[in-house]
Write a protein that binds this ligand. Structure first.
Ligand SMILES: [Zn+2]
Length: 302
């Protein structure tokens, strides 16, 4: 049963954007249905100008883009500051394990704050119960730990960059077309002990070397030409406003750190570097600390 699906899967425990030990399924149809069912488009403006204008995917792993009310000087989501563009536009997003509600509040220089309660729909994640214990953890070698510390430092430094890009405003495109060999959020439970969930979408194209493109405009904040232990050749693109994409296991990177990339521009080639059992592109998206479902940014693959 494993067959081709397993061949194009990621390995265990990728700290950055891990494939975890998630179930690798050939379930592109079901995920599309699940995504559609869970999708909610927020209502349009009631009183244009005086209220939020919002549109998005109000569900776990989803996002919300919009404009703050006229005169807004600050914005918070559940009390945390949210960046706002000069035109009042912003993006917020909801972690895979987000709770059912969130509160969006705009402060105005003159007047009462404008508040919007958001209902975040839960998702039906692909959970697989396995009747065995967790895989035995091997003790990492001193050499691995030393390398890993360096890699994590680079990843964290890349995440700390706040690039000026308007990519976050765009409707994302698929970086490559192929079979979805791993779904965001999927998870295995070993005798009641949850493994880490799959933090991205795996796209398998069948062979190494297939080019992939930037899903939206952005700035390259990490281009690891020397493969990382787990992620392999890793590319991170900052789309602005705290939104970023990571691409793992690449066979080749075609851009370098600091490069500005445009949506649709070829930026690398798909591979199986790092901890991967076959060539595939692991694409993950984060907004701040929130892990997001790429399918909710692109829509179903056609
Ligand atoms: Zn993966």
């Amino acid at each position: 049963m494993a067959g081709r699906a397993a061949l194009a899967a990621c390995g265990l425990g990728l700290a950055l954007a891990g494939c975890g030990d998630a179930a690798q399924g050939n379930a592109s149809t079901s995920v599309i249905v699940a995504a559609s069912a869970a999708s909610v488009v927020a209502s349009a403006a009631v009183r244009r100008g005086d209220d939020f204008r919002l549109q998005g995917e109000l569900t776990q792993g989803g996002w919300l883009r919009g404009h703050a009310p006229e005169g807004a000087v600050a914005l918070t989501l559940d009390g945390q500051p949210v960046a706002m563009a000069a035109d009042g536009a912003f993006i917020v997003a909801f972690d895979r394990d987000s709770g059912p509600t969130a509160q969006l509040v705009a402060q105005r220089a003159d007047g009462a704050p404008v508040s919007r309660a958001l209902a975040i729909a839960p998702r039906a994640w692909k959970i697989e119960h396995v009747g065995v214990g967790p895989r035995p953890g091997s003790v990492p070698s001193a050499e691995f730990q030393r390398r890993r510390a360096t890699e994590l430092a680079r990843i964290n430094a890349a995440r700390a960059v706040n690039a000026a890009s308007e990519g976050w405003r765009q409707s994302f495109i698929w970086p490559a077309k192929g079979r979805l060999s791993g779904l965001f959020g999927s998870q295995r439970i070993y005798n009641g002990t949850p493994g880490s969930y799959h933090s991205g979408t795996d796209i398998a194209t069948g062979e190494s070397g297939t080019p992939f493109a930037a899903p939206a405009d952005g700035v390259v904040v990490l281009a690891a030409d020397q493969p990382f232990t787990l992620e392999g050749r890793l590319l991170m693109i900052d789309h602005g406003m705290g939104l970023n994409s990571s691409f793992l296991h690449c066979s080749e990177l075609l851009v370098k750190e600091g490069d500005r990339v445009r949506q649709g521009q070829v930026i690398g080639r798909i591979g199986a570097t790092g901890r991967a059992t076959g060539p595939h592109l692991h694409w993950s998206i984060k907004w701040g600390k929130a892990r997001l479902d790429p399918i909710l940014f692109t829509g179903p693959m056609n």
